[in-house]
Ligand binder design. Structure first.
Ligand code: PXL
Length: 285
């Protein structure tokens, strides 16, 4: 019998603004992967809005995890993202520990553009490193990578050797695969870069700069990367696929002059994920 891969997605659900679960579920579903949502919080809108209703679901996660353990459910991947309390770090660790054969992916969602998101406390950011330590794959943006390394976020182009050293240092915390998004690289421009510790390989996929910022891009990138890896893509091809789709969705959104806080217009692009053969468009870093 055909069984599709199953991903436990530990992330929030935001009613408006297309991010987290409302991006993860359609993206992975389009790739033929089942998403099992483990909501960390329910929000009326993402935290980029001036106002939002926020319901923390910390007390839901532990019994939900208990249920999945009791019935010995098999997840192919545990993929963590936006957390809404410090305690949720403990439950994510317990998820990682309980499903030993699953691919453990941590998108260490904490901030963007040099700033942390308003619901993230200093302590939550400090504790994120515990999840990174146990993950197989991490997908920070440049802001999150800086927080994890205790570095200053600087909105200036980095050299290849600087970003390679960040990738290696992050992998030394634990994960075998590190992908950093939204890196401005001297001589290349905007790119997503990756490192595979086991094979000592560095990769980069260059993307076009679009002068707008939409919520949910990081969630979209990480979801498609996870989907690609679960379907057998090599790391550079998964980065290539995730970059190409995110770039397509960003350019589509920009072309409609859409309101940035409404997030990325993925509905009109999802067929690309279902049908497209990816061009092998990566380079070594
Ligand atoms: O895309 C990251 C994210 C996820 N969830 C919520 C957010 C954000 C970024 O703003 O506010 C609730």
């Amino acid at each position: 019998m055909f069984e599709c891969k199953k991903v436990a997605a530990v992330n929030d659900i935001s009613g408006i603004g297309r991010c987290s679960m409302t991006v993860i579920i359609p993206s992975l579903s389009a790739m033929g992967i089942q998403v099992c949502p483990v909501p960390t919080a329910v929000l009326s809108a993402h935290t980029g809005f001036d106002e939002y209703v926020f319901r923390d679901l910390t007390d839901y996660i532990k019994p939900a995890l208990g249920h999945y353990k009791k019935i010995k459910y098999k997840f192919d991947c545990i993929y963590t993202g936006f957390l809404s309390s410090e305690e949720q770090v403990d439950y994510c660790l317990e998820f990682f520990d309980s499903f030993k054969v699953s691919l453990k992916v941590c998108d260490p969602v904490m901030g963007d553009g040099g700033k942390t998101y308003p619901t993230y406390t200093k302590k939550m950011c400090e504790r994120m490193i515990e999840l990174v330590r146990k993950a197989d794959v991490i997908t920070p943006n440049l802001t999150e990578a800086a927080i994890l390394l205790g570095e200053e976020y600087q909105p200036v182009a980095m050299t290849s050797s600087e970003i390679k050293s960040w990738l290696v240092r992050l992998s030394e915390i634990g994960p075998n695969v590190v992908v950093i998004t939204s890196v401005s690289l001297a001589g290349s421009g905007l790119c997503n870069v990756g490192y595979d510790k086991e094979h000592s390989t560095f990769w980069k996929v260059v993307c076009d700069y679009v002068p707008a910022h939409y919520s949910g891009c990081g969630d979209m990138f990480a979801s498609v990367l996870v989907g690609g890896l679960l379907k057998g893509d090599s790391l550079p091809i998964a980065i290539n696929r995730a970059t190409a789709f995110t770039e397509l969705a960003i350019k589509t959104t920009f072309s409609y002059s859409a309101e940035p806080s409404d997030g990325i217009m993925l509905e009109s692009c999802l067929n690309w994920l279902i049908n497209t053969q990816i061009f092998k468009d990566y380079e070594t870093l």
